[in-house]
Design a protein around this ligand. Structure first.
Ligand code: ATP
Length: 230
Protein backbone atom coordinates (compact mmCIF):
# COMPACT_ATOMS: atom_id res chain seq x y z
CA UNK A 1 0.00 0.00 0.00
CA UNK A 2 1.08 3.55 -0.68
CA UNK A 3 1.15 6.49 1.66
CA UNK A 4 -0.84 9.74 1.58
CA UNK A 5 1.02 13.06 1.35
CA UNK A 6 -0.07 16.26 3.03
CA UNK A 7 1.87 19.48 2.43
CA UNK A 8 1.03 22.58 4.46
CA UNK A 9 2.51 26.07 4.33
CA UNK A 10 5.64 24.85 2.61
CA UNK A 11 8.29 27.42 1.80
CA UNK A 12 11.52 26.39 0.12
CA UNK A 13 14.37 28.85 -0.17
CA UNK A 14 17.77 29.03 -1.86
CA UNK A 15 21.19 29.49 -0.31
CA UNK A 16 20.70 33.24 0.11
CA UNK A 17 17.25 32.82 1.63
CA UNK A 18 15.47 33.70 -1.63
CA UNK A 19 12.10 32.06 -2.06
CA UNK A 20 11.99 29.26 -4.66
CA UNK A 21 8.63 27.69 -3.95
CA UNK A 22 5.60 28.31 -1.74
CA UNK A 23 2.96 25.57 -1.55
CA UNK A 24 0.13 26.60 0.79
CA UNK A 25 -1.64 23.24 0.75
CA UNK A 26 -1.42 20.08 -1.32
CA UNK A 27 -2.88 16.64 -0.66
CA UNK A 28 -2.12 13.49 -2.57
CA UNK A 29 -4.22 10.45 -1.71
CA UNK A 30 -2.71 7.02 -1.16
CA UNK A 31 -2.14 5.14 -4.38
CA UNK A 32 -2.53 8.17 -6.65
CA UNK A 33 -0.21 8.63 -9.63
CA UNK A 34 0.71 12.30 -10.03
CA UNK A 35 2.74 14.10 -12.68
CA UNK A 36 4.53 17.32 -11.80
CA UNK A 37 5.30 19.43 -14.82
CA UNK A 38 6.49 22.96 -15.37
CA UNK A 39 9.19 24.94 -17.13
CA UNK A 40 12.86 24.24 -16.57
CA UNK A 41 14.00 25.86 -13.35
CA UNK A 42 10.45 26.17 -11.98
CA UNK A 43 11.27 24.10 -8.91
CA UNK A 44 10.18 20.52 -9.67
CA UNK A 45 13.40 18.91 -8.45
CA UNK A 46 13.48 21.21 -5.44
CA UNK A 47 9.97 20.08 -4.49
CA UNK A 48 10.81 16.38 -4.94
CA UNK A 49 13.89 16.79 -2.76
CA UNK A 50 11.79 18.46 -0.08
CA UNK A 51 9.12 15.75 0.02
CA UNK A 52 11.92 13.17 0.18
CA UNK A 53 13.41 14.87 3.24
CA UNK A 54 16.60 15.53 1.28
CA UNK A 55 16.31 19.28 1.54
CA UNK A 56 15.77 21.63 4.42
CA UNK A 57 12.37 23.26 4.60
CA UNK A 58 12.28 26.96 5.51
CA UNK A 59 8.66 26.81 6.69
CA UNK A 60 5.79 24.35 6.76
CA UNK A 61 5.26 20.61 6.92
CA UNK A 62 5.63 17.67 4.55
CA UNK A 63 3.70 14.81 6.07
CA UNK A 64 3.61 11.25 4.77
CA UNK A 65 0.87 9.36 6.61
CA UNK A 66 1.30 11.38 9.77
CA UNK A 67 5.10 11.63 9.73
CA UNK A 68 6.47 15.11 9.01
CA UNK A 69 9.76 14.32 7.25
CA UNK A 70 10.98 17.88 7.72
CA UNK A 71 10.68 17.50 11.50
CA UNK A 72 12.25 14.05 11.88
CA UNK A 73 15.72 13.74 13.35
CA UNK A 74 18.31 12.98 10.64
CA UNK A 75 18.65 9.25 11.40
CA UNK A 76 14.88 8.71 11.56
CA UNK A 77 14.47 10.69 8.37
CA UNK A 78 17.06 8.51 6.63
CA UNK A 79 15.37 5.36 7.93
CA UNK A 80 11.97 6.56 6.72
CA UNK A 81 13.39 7.35 3.31
CA UNK A 82 15.04 3.96 3.07
CA UNK A 83 11.96 2.04 4.21
CA UNK A 84 9.18 3.92 2.49
CA UNK A 85 10.45 5.92 -0.46
CA UNK A 86 11.77 4.71 -3.79
CA UNK A 87 13.70 7.57 -5.32
CA UNK A 88 14.86 8.00 -8.91
CA UNK A 89 16.60 11.31 -9.23
CA UNK A 90 18.60 12.86 -12.03
CA UNK A 91 22.03 12.14 -10.60
CA UNK A 92 21.60 8.41 -10.24
CA UNK A 93 24.37 7.92 -7.70
CA UNK A 94 25.15 4.40 -8.79
CA UNK A 95 28.16 2.51 -7.54
CA UNK A 96 30.42 2.45 -10.58
CA UNK A 97 32.35 -0.63 -9.49
CA UNK A 98 29.24 -2.74 -8.93
CA UNK A 99 27.34 -4.49 -11.68
CA UNK A 100 23.71 -3.68 -12.53
CA UNK A 101 22.27 -6.32 -10.23
CA UNK A 102 24.55 -5.24 -7.38
CA UNK A 103 23.32 -1.67 -7.76
CA UNK A 104 19.67 -2.60 -8.18
CA UNK A 105 19.77 -4.77 -5.05
CA UNK A 106 21.84 -2.37 -2.96
CA UNK A 107 19.03 -2.24 -0.35
CA UNK A 108 20.07 -5.75 0.77
CA UNK A 109 22.92 -3.98 2.59
CA UNK A 110 20.43 -2.46 5.03
CA UNK A 111 17.79 -5.20 5.04
CA UNK A 112 17.18 -7.99 7.49
CA UNK A 113 18.58 -11.32 6.40
CA UNK A 114 15.19 -12.81 5.51
CA UNK A 115 14.35 -9.85 3.25
CA UNK A 116 17.52 -10.01 1.21
CA UNK A 117 16.47 -12.75 -1.20
CA UNK A 118 13.19 -10.91 -1.84
CA UNK A 119 15.00 -7.69 -2.67
CA UNK A 120 17.40 -9.48 -4.97
CA UNK A 121 14.54 -11.20 -6.76
CA UNK A 122 12.64 -7.92 -7.15
CA UNK A 123 15.81 -6.29 -8.50
CA UNK A 124 16.29 -9.09 -11.02
CA UNK A 125 12.64 -8.92 -12.10
CA UNK A 126 12.78 -5.14 -12.47
CA UNK A 127 15.97 -5.30 -14.55
CA UNK A 128 14.32 -7.90 -16.75
CA UNK A 129 11.18 -5.84 -17.23
CA UNK A 130 13.29 -2.81 -18.08
CA UNK A 131 15.18 -4.72 -20.73
CA UNK A 132 18.63 -4.99 -19.20
CA UNK A 133 18.58 -8.48 -17.71
CA UNK A 134 21.28 -9.56 -20.16
CA UNK A 135 23.59 -6.86 -18.79
CA UNK A 136 22.89 -7.44 -15.10
CA UNK A 137 26.44 -8.70 -14.51
CA UNK A 138 28.16 -5.74 -16.21
CA UNK A 139 29.70 -2.96 -14.16
CA UNK A 140 27.61 0.19 -14.48
CA UNK A 141 30.72 2.28 -15.23
CA UNK A 142 30.30 1.02 -18.81
CA UNK A 143 26.55 1.80 -19.06
CA UNK A 144 24.90 4.45 -21.21
CA UNK A 145 22.78 7.19 -19.65
CA UNK A 146 19.56 5.36 -20.48
CA UNK A 147 20.84 2.09 -19.05
CA UNK A 148 21.91 3.84 -15.86
CA UNK A 149 18.46 5.34 -15.60
CA UNK A 150 16.87 1.92 -15.82
CA UNK A 151 19.20 0.54 -13.16
CA UNK A 152 18.19 3.44 -10.90
CA UNK A 153 14.50 2.66 -11.46
CA UNK A 154 15.09 -1.04 -10.74
CA UNK A 155 16.95 -0.12 -7.54
CA UNK A 156 14.06 2.09 -6.36
CA UNK A 157 11.51 -0.66 -7.00
CA UNK A 158 13.62 -3.47 -5.56
CA UNK A 159 13.57 -2.00 -2.07
CA UNK A 160 9.77 -2.44 -1.98
CA UNK A 161 8.81 1.20 -1.44
CA UNK A 162 5.37 2.57 -0.62
CA UNK A 163 5.97 5.73 -2.59
CA UNK A 164 7.88 6.18 -5.83
CA UNK A 165 9.40 9.60 -6.51
CA UNK A 166 11.03 10.16 -9.88
CA UNK A 167 12.62 13.13 -11.62
CA UNK A 168 12.33 12.98 -15.42
CA UNK A 169 12.66 9.19 -15.50
CA UNK A 170 12.17 8.95 -19.27
CA UNK A 171 14.34 11.93 -20.22
CA UNK A 172 17.29 10.02 -21.69
CA UNK A 173 15.42 7.10 -23.14
CA UNK A 174 14.33 6.37 -26.69
CA UNK A 175 10.58 6.38 -27.22
CA UNK A 176 10.18 2.61 -27.18
CA UNK A 177 12.17 2.11 -23.98
CA UNK A 178 10.46 5.08 -22.36
CA UNK A 179 7.02 3.68 -23.19
CA UNK A 180 7.97 0.27 -21.82
CA UNK A 181 9.29 1.88 -18.65
CA UNK A 182 6.07 3.87 -18.26
CA UNK A 183 3.92 0.77 -18.76
CA UNK A 184 5.95 -1.26 -16.28
CA UNK A 185 6.11 1.41 -13.62
CA UNK A 186 2.41 2.23 -13.92
CA UNK A 187 1.50 -1.49 -13.74
CA UNK A 188 3.67 -1.94 -10.68
CA UNK A 189 2.35 1.16 -8.99
CA UNK A 190 -1.24 0.01 -9.62
CA UNK A 191 -0.59 -3.58 -8.51
CA UNK A 192 0.98 -2.48 -5.26
CA UNK A 193 -1.14 0.60 -4.62
CA UNK A 194 1.96 2.81 -4.47
CA UNK A 195 1.78 6.57 -4.47
CA UNK A 196 3.67 7.95 -7.48
CA UNK A 197 4.97 11.49 -7.86
CA UNK A 198 6.94 12.10 -11.01
CA UNK A 199 8.43 15.27 -12.49
CA UNK A 200 8.11 14.96 -16.24
CA UNK A 201 7.47 16.72 -19.53
CA UNK A 202 6.80 13.47 -21.35
CA UNK A 203 3.22 13.57 -22.72
CA UNK A 204 3.04 9.76 -22.83
CA UNK A 205 3.87 9.60 -19.14
CA UNK A 206 1.62 12.49 -18.17
CA UNK A 207 -1.31 10.87 -20.00
CA UNK A 208 -1.10 7.81 -17.74
CA UNK A 209 -1.29 9.71 -14.46
CA UNK A 210 -4.37 10.29 -12.30
CA UNK A 211 -3.52 13.94 -11.67
CA UNK A 212 -1.30 16.54 -13.28
CA UNK A 213 0.17 19.31 -11.16
CA UNK A 214 2.12 22.22 -12.52
CA UNK A 215 4.91 24.17 -10.88
CA UNK A 216 4.33 27.74 -12.01
CA UNK A 217 5.20 31.20 -10.71
CA UNK A 218 6.69 29.88 -7.51
CA UNK A 219 3.81 27.66 -6.51
CA UNK A 220 1.99 24.47 -7.53
CA UNK A 221 -1.31 24.64 -9.36
CA UNK A 222 -3.61 22.01 -10.78
CA UNK A 223 -4.53 22.92 -14.37
CA UNK A 224 -8.22 22.49 -14.86
CA UNK A 225 -8.84 23.85 -11.41
CA UNK A 226 -6.70 26.91 -12.21
CA UNK A 227 -6.30 27.90 -8.61
CA UNK A 228 -3.49 27.24 -6.23
CA UNK A 229 -3.98 23.76 -4.83
CA UNK A 230 -5.40 24.87 -1.54
N1 ATP B 1 20.16 25.89 -2.88
C1 ATP B 1 19.75 26.73 -3.83
N2 ATP B 1 20.13 28.03 -3.79
C2 ATP B 1 19.73 28.90 -4.75
N3 ATP B 1 18.93 28.56 -5.78
C3 ATP B 1 18.54 27.29 -5.86
C4 ATP B 1 18.92 26.31 -4.89
N4 ATP B 1 18.36 25.12 -5.26
C5 ATP B 1 17.66 25.37 -6.38
N5 ATP B 1 17.76 26.65 -6.75
C6 ATP B 1 17.11 27.31 -7.90
O1 ATP B 1 15.74 27.04 -7.84
C7 ATP B 1 15.18 26.93 -9.15
C8 ATP B 1 14.45 25.62 -9.27
O2 ATP B 1 15.36 24.56 -9.57
P1 ATP B 1 14.88 23.06 -9.84
O3 ATP B 1 16.10 22.26 -10.14
O4 ATP B 1 14.01 22.63 -8.75
O5 ATP B 1 14.01 23.25 -11.17
P2 ATP B 1 13.31 22.16 -12.09
O6 ATP B 1 11.90 22.61 -12.25
O7 ATP B 1 13.52 20.82 -11.53
O8 ATP B 1 14.09 22.34 -13.45
P3 ATP B 1 14.59 21.29 -14.56
O9 ATP B 1 13.35 20.89 -15.31
O10 ATP B 1 15.51 22.13 -15.40
O11 ATP B 1 15.28 20.17 -13.84
C9 ATP B 1 16.36 27.09 -10.11
O12 ATP B 1 16.38 28.42 -10.54
C10 ATP B 1 17.57 26.76 -9.24
O13 ATP B 1 18.72 27.40 -9.71
Amino acid sequence: MGLPLEVRGLVLTGDEGERILHVPALDIATGTAVALRGPSGAGKSTFLHAVSGLREVAEGTVTWDGADVAALAPERRAAFRRDALGIVFQDHLLFEELDALGNASIATGFARRRDRAVIRERARTALGRLGIAQAEGRRVASFSGGERQRVAVARALAAGPRVLLADEPTANLDRETADRLIEDVVALVREQGLTLLVASHDPHLIARMDRVLEVRDGTIVEPGREAAVA
